[in-house]
Design a protein around this ligand. Structure first.
Ligand code: NAD
Ligand code: DAU
Length: 379
């Protein structure tokens, strides 16, 4: 039985990872630590918390006493650190919060792990670590900065972050590596490209576009829509993290990406077309639409679900042009590959949103509208 501390598992990727791990293994015990910020939703993982294999603790990764208490109580073998402020646009509004959570929070967990996992000193004064432990940092391709039309990010690409978000994630990565280099702490890092899938908070591009279509709202595309992202289905990311935590080499970084580059404009058009197609094939999905105008046949009309919904809005400050991951290392070293093709993943994702409108209502019931109005204007 291995015991994991999984931080940030009430958020998008962490929740998917929690569900993936509980479904895959009988012999894991997982303690979730999550502050339940606007991005965290206990309802997402409520059915997973059984107080036997899965426990929930509400708290901040910056809280030293809490981290020490949890290490003492649960004797963790692994830490998988998802907890973060994750939205680039919000980092432009409030950089300091990103520094606090993403840098100080990570460093606090590193120190708590060091206090709990070091069993002595070797003859050179280096800490001796409990056998089999691992600190895994969930990082991002944004630490590498931005690409032009050619090339890919490899693990050797120099770190060159631009946004406050990516600067904070880069700094956290550097602390993780500093603890490895200085104290020989057993660490690994994964740097993944853009994820999409169930439980994605609708401030990020794909879920925001789906939500807006269903509400009959305009679809905001930053700048001219030519920025490129490399989309990966979230479950493939979860599988990669699991492989790296269990089989990855200590002190190594692994890039994770699906070779699925697309411009934002194409992603938005594809999402529009897929919603339209699904509502044509299964007219019952139209009940989810806010706008229920009837056509000549007496059905809810979907004629208006087309590219005219797109509106080009003010560009993101310092907007990175292109991200693209070269995943050769994780594929060759661990046998990882992306299983879900984008055409399949996007249908699964849209159908999930069509059938989980209660979840969307729940996560957007707080400050979401205030944030939306600030970002995109009222409406
Ligand atoms: P998210 O915003 O959906 O979830 C973040 C979670 O962390 C939330 O549950 C939130 O409540 C929790 N949290 C925030 N501050 C906390 C704190 N101080 N203490 C404890 N919990 C706190 O984020 P996500 O998209 O699921 O991303 C998870 C991780 O993966 C992040 O580290 C992010 O940098 C990284 N990542 C994300 C993507 C992506 O496409 N979303 C891609 C690569 C890497
Ligand atoms: O690459 C990995 C990163 O992907 C993660 O580290 C981040 O946590 C995650 O949020 C994501 O960052 P992006 O900034 O790439 O994701 P976002 O969904 O915010 O935006 C995707 C692209 O779409 C980006 O070029 C900006 C654009 N965009 C976004 C929104 C919200 C729009 O054009 N319109 C929008 O309304």
């Amino acid at each position: 039985m291995k015991t994991y501390l999984v931080t940030g598992a009430a958020g998008f990727i962490g929740a998917n990872y929690l569900k993936y791990m509980l479904a895959k293994y009988d012999d894991v015990r997982i303690v979730v630590l999550d502050a339940l910020t606007y991005a965290g939703n206990l309802g997402t993982i409520a059915s997973d918390i059984d107080e036997e294999r899965c426990f929930f603790v509400k708290g901040d990764i910056c809280d030293r006493d809490l981290a020490d208490r949890l290490f003492g109580e649960y004797k963790f073998d692994y830490i998988v650190n998802f907890a973060a402020e994750s939205h680039v646009d919000r980092s432009i509004e409030n950089p300091q919060l990103f520094l606090m959570t993403n840098i100080l929070g990570t460093q606090n967990l590193l120190d708590a792990a060091r206090r709990a996992w070091v069993t002595g000193r070797d003859e050179h004064g280096y800490p001796v670590w409990r056998k089999g432990v691992r600190f895994h940092q969930v990082s991002t391709d944004e630490v590498y900065g931005s690409l032009g039309a050619e090339g890919f990010f490899t693990e050797e690409t120099p770190l060159c972050p631009h946004s406050p978000y990516s600067a904070s994630k880069t700094s956290a990565d550097m602390f993780v590596m500093a603890y490895h280099d200085t104290y020989k702490m057993p660490v690994t890092i994964t740097r993944c490209s853009n994820n999409y899938g169930p439980y994605h908070f609708p401030e990020k591009l794909i879920p925001l576009i789906i939500k807006n279509i269903l509400e009959g709202k305009k679809l905001p595309v930053y700048g001219d829509g030519s920025n490129v992202r490399d989309w990966l289905y979230v479950e493939d990311h979860c599988k990669a993290i699991d492989m790296v935590v269990r089989k990855g080499v200590e002190g190594e970084v692994y890039n994770v990406g699906g070779h699925n580059e697309e411009t934002n404009l194409e992603i938005v058009k594809l999402t529009i077309a897929t919603v339209h197609r699904l509502m044509t094939e299964k007219p019952e999905y139209r009940e989810v639409l806010k706008k229920k105008e009837k056509n000549a046949n007496g059905e809810i009309s979907i004629d208006w679900i087309n590219n005219d919904l797109i509106t080009f809005v003010k560009d993101r400050l310092g907007h990175d042009q292109r991200y693209a991951i070269d995943p050769t290392k994780i594929t060759e070293a661990l046998g990882w590959y992306p299983e879900t093709k984008f055409e399949v993943g996007i249908v699964k994702t849209i159908e999930w949103y069509l059938t989980h409108q209660d979840w969307v209502q729940e996560v957007t019931s707080g400050d979401y509208q205030g944030y939306y109005d600030r970002m995109y204007g009222k409406g």
